[in-house]
Ligand binder design. Structure first.
Ligand code: ADP
Ligand code: MG
Length: 622
């Protein structure tokens, strides 16, 4: 047990990705912590002064080093972690390069105290610029205590190259946070200039994530887990409405090593597609476990880049795991009566005396449109038929008809909604099915009974989501669905709008605006998208162009995404539009076919759920 460290042969050390490992204090902190974890520490303390420039001290309760090992540890290519080239193919430790301590010792004043179980006294070594200047024995608990003073004292160029104190300290904190969430079973202490930054007990991962990111943020996370024969993946996903404007809170760990991987990040983002506004980034923590033989961490000296043997498999696995987790999870925001959204008795009174509300609950014959009857159709709408979407049972049930008087079993065709929502007048006399648990409130929200309680849909946001997805699909593949105008419409516009139309023309045509440039700032519209009411074409076109410019201004970069958003927003039914039963049912049916039914293209919620338990609690039924 006593002589573990050896110097790698030149043949082997030449196989190790070359490069400087200690460019900044945070890198030294990372290397020292990795050594403590490799030594199976259960307690790690990190103390820094002046953002690590004056002092970095890492103390652990790990295996420690014998005297011989301690003297060897600071030599270049000295390691106990690999022996042969074959070991490089199967790395199970965080370190393996045998360079960190040597690099640190070359540019600082290092003091090492370390003791193994087998030794009575600890070895104490002082090194300055790679020279051993003192060696002695002292008393110490088992473990290792390394103090690094005046980093880069003998390389002024590198010292000057450092960023501001604030930035360097932030880098150190980031390193420690990553380590702390990857190793919840380890106790962590971290202080900077006498200020305690972290003091974490060993706890299960949920508690560690809560301790590090706070209760509120933890509450916004979805926990997930999945495995196949190649890898296991688990972790936490931030709900889209908690997304941030920067990428800081994204963690990928591969075999408990923090890594940067464009490929994996891309897979995660792909899964969040349409749940997020452009330019906002969700929290995620993804732990991947793969057979070390199937990966290569010997790519970059920082060991944060990895090559995978099986890239596309991993990509697909991560994508589908995250997508499934997001889909399975109830992404519908619930309305809790406890969190300040409570409806006060006064509010309730106002609501009940509001005549428009009454009208939509009672139909022309005075019969209630929202009858009290038991849940209908408890049939099995499982993931088999609706693989991508969550809570579809609920949505489906809300739109399903108790009788067979009106069914919409082919809702994928774009015509029914267009017919119903686009040309509403034609349906004015269509018989409204009466006993369906759906009603419209304030000409703005659709309220429906679902098995788990009540569901409230924002009618504008819902229609916007449906139109957005339809337009995006049109851009991708199908021919535009456009209705021809009997008399082509000539539209004069300002020079800048004309220029914009010219630029967007191919996409506008795909969207369904069958148009020609007529010169002199005039365009001719021959046909309009199926969703636009005839007679409204000029207005919608202008509104779409204005919205497009606004979005562009607000940073929406992708032209088609912008156009789809602008069109969806302007062509959708508005708050204030009265809907009849058929329209509401069709809207819900189509919403439930959307890929992402729970958020509108701007990222606002489409659906709010009021859980039955909340109602029961409120009425004292529990
Ligand atoms: P590597 O970690 O790549 O092997 P390092 O230069 O970081 O190279 O460390 C050299 C060796 O010193 C390690 O292989 C390990 O045997 C020993 N060592 C370093 N830090 C510790 C520690 N905190 N506890 C026990 N052994 C350590
Ligand atoms: Mg190391």
């Amino acid at each position: 047990m006593s002589y573990k460290i050896h110097i790698l042969s030149p043949e082997l050390s030449n196989k190790i990705a070359a490069g400087e490992v200690v460019q900044r204090p945070a890198a030294a902190v990372k290397e020292l912590i990795e050594n403590s974890l490799d030594a199976k520490a259960t307690r790690i303390s990190v103390i820094v002064r002046d953002a690590g420039k004056a002092l970095i001290q890492v103390v652990d309760d790990g295996e420690g080093m014998s005297e011989q090992d301690a003297s060897l540890a600071f030599r270049r290519h000295a390691t106990s972690k690999i022996r042969s080239a074959g070991d490089l193919e199967d790395i199970r430790t965080l370190g393996f390069r045998g360079e960190a301590l040597a690099s640190i010792a070359a540019v600082s004043q290092v003091e090492l105290k370390t003791r193994t179980d087998a030794d009575d006294l600890a070895t104490h070594i002082r090194i300055e610029g790679s020279e051993t200047i003192e060696k002695s024995k002292s008393a110490l608990e088992r473990g290792t205590n390394i103090t690094v003073r005046n980093l880069f004292y003998n390389t002024p160029a590198r010292r000057n190259f450092l960023k501001t104190r604030h930035t360097e300290l932030k880098n150190i904190t980031d390193v420690i946070v990553r380590m702390a969430i990857a190793y919840p079973e380890v106790e962590w202490f971290y202080a900077s200039d006498d200020e305690v930054m972290l003091d974490l007990k060993a706890v299960p991962i949920d508690q560690r994530v809560t301790d590090v990111f706070g209760k509120t943020q933890f509450g916004s996370m979805i926990k997930f887990e999945s495995a196949n024969e190649l890898l296991t993946a688990n972790g936490f996903l931030g709900k889209p409405n908690f997304a941030r404007k920067s990428r800081i809170e994204q963690f990928v760990f591969l075999n408990r090593r923090f890594i940067f991987s464009r490929m994996i990040n891309h897979a995660v983002f792909q899964a969040y597609e349409h749940l997020l506004e452009k330019g906002s980034f969700p929290f995620f923590m993804l732990n991947l476990t793969i057979d070390p033989k199937k990966i290569d961490v010997n790519v970059h000296p920082s060991k944060m880049e990895v090559k995978f043997e099986n890239e596309s498999n991993i990509y697909r696995m991560v994508l589908s795991t995250v997508r499934k987790a997001l889909a399975e999870h109830d992404l519908i925001p619930s309305m809790s009566f406890r969190d300040g959204n409570a409806v006060s008795p006064i509010d309730a009174k106002i609501q009940f005396s509001d005549q428009s509300w009454k009208r939509s609950v009672i139909d022309q014959n005075g019969a209630p449109v929202f009858p009290l009857h038991p849940d209908v159709r408890t049939g099995d709408h499982t993931a088999a038929t609706t693989p991508n979407i969550i809570g579809l049972e609920d949505l489906h049930q809300a739109a399903s008809t108790p009788d067979n008087s009106l069914t919409f079993d082919a809702p994928a065709s774009s015509t029914s909604l267009h017919r119903v929502l686009g040309q509403r007048s034609a349906l004015e006399q269509s018989p409204a099915p009466e006993s369906r648990p759906i009603w419209q409130a304030h000409n703005k929200y659709i309220i429906s009974q679902i098995p788990s309680g009540l569901m409230i849909i924002d009618q504008h946001a819902a229609h916007e989501r449906i139109l957005y997805e339809r337009v995006m699909a049109n851009f991708e593949n199908t021919l535009p669905s456009s209705q021809q105008l009997l008399f082509p419409e000539t539209v004069d516009m300002g020079a800048s709008d004309y220029a914009l139309v010219k630029e967007l023309l191919p996409d506008l045509v795909r969207l369904g605006f069958d148009m020609r440039l007529f010169g002199k700032n005039t365009v001719v519209i021959d046909g309009i998208p199926a969703d636009v009411r005839i007679g409204n074409e000029k207005k919608i076109l202008h509104e779409v162009l204005d919205e497009f410019k606004n979005n562009e201004h607000a940073g929406v970069k992708d032209v088609r995404d912008n156009l789809a958003k602008s069109f969806a927003c302007k062509a959708a039914i508005k708050a204030g539009d009265r809907l009849n039963m058929t329209e509401m049912v069709v809207l819900i049916e189509h919403l439930f076919l959307a890929k992402v039914p729970y958020v509108c293209p701007h990222g606002r919620p489409v659906i709010v759920r009021v859980p039955l338990e909340e109602l029961d609690k409120r009425f004292g039924r529990t």
